[in-house]
Design a protein around this ligand. Sequence first.
Ligand SMILES: [Mg+2]
Length: 292
Amino acid sequence: MTYEFVRRPSEDLHGPHPPRLALLRALAAVDVALWDLKAKRAGLPLAKLLGAYRDSVRTYNTSGGFLHAPIEEVKARASQSLADGIGGIKIKVGQPDMKEDLRRLAAVREHLGDDVPLMVDANQQWDRASALRFGRAVEDLGLVWIEEPLDAYDAEGHAQLAAALDTPIATGEMLSSVAEHVRLIEARAADIIQPDAPRVGGITPFLRLATLADHAGLQLAPHFAMEIHLHLAAAYPREPWVEHFEWLNPLFEERLETRDGRMIVPDRPGLGFTLSEQCRKWTVDSVEFGRA
Ligand SMILES: [Mg+2]
């Protein structure tokens, strides 16, 4: 079996200890490949190998709600997502003027009606006072969660916010180890934890922290990489969410199916993906090990 390493032009190494993060990404690629291989050898989708609780996972779309998108475009894309079988809509917040966030959010809620699950993502843009002010202003909108209201490492601030608001708090996508997630879990910093398997070093560490999160009673909504996280979310005991992001589509031949608000776990062995011709053109190096 050949696994290929693709250079991503936008590859970032920001955050603490860039060399460690680069090494972690490399280890994660091998870890994910080994889990894929293990499931293929068992003849099972990875979710089933891990003991899946479900054959599909609630899914929501992020990519239609960026800060710079005009509100009419956000609404049109949200409608399209729902028509495509995606269940929830997430929009970005953190405009220079918070009133603009509130206007956009109210417009989207009015457009979608009260029954469509709606989330917001602030990408760490607020200080504690601003986050609390925003959270109080939107309590009546019935948001599924407020994501990354504060600096990713401010566990104490997230915990205060989670305690002060009815709306659930979600965070964790930027963290790059099980230990950092443990700090978050122990501080009761979030109602919903959002680990990113490639960022924490692969599926193996993801499973360790998912066990801890379940033990703490947290919900799970992994960040990005739906091709991996769909399987991991399907094997999480509590009903999770998976983030729909089509950005990695060019890498693969197959497409994930969304229907009735859920993403369907493919019944193909392993992760269920083969690399596309385009991906092979982008390949800069490859290593071969094992056989499926
Ligand atoms: Mg996010």
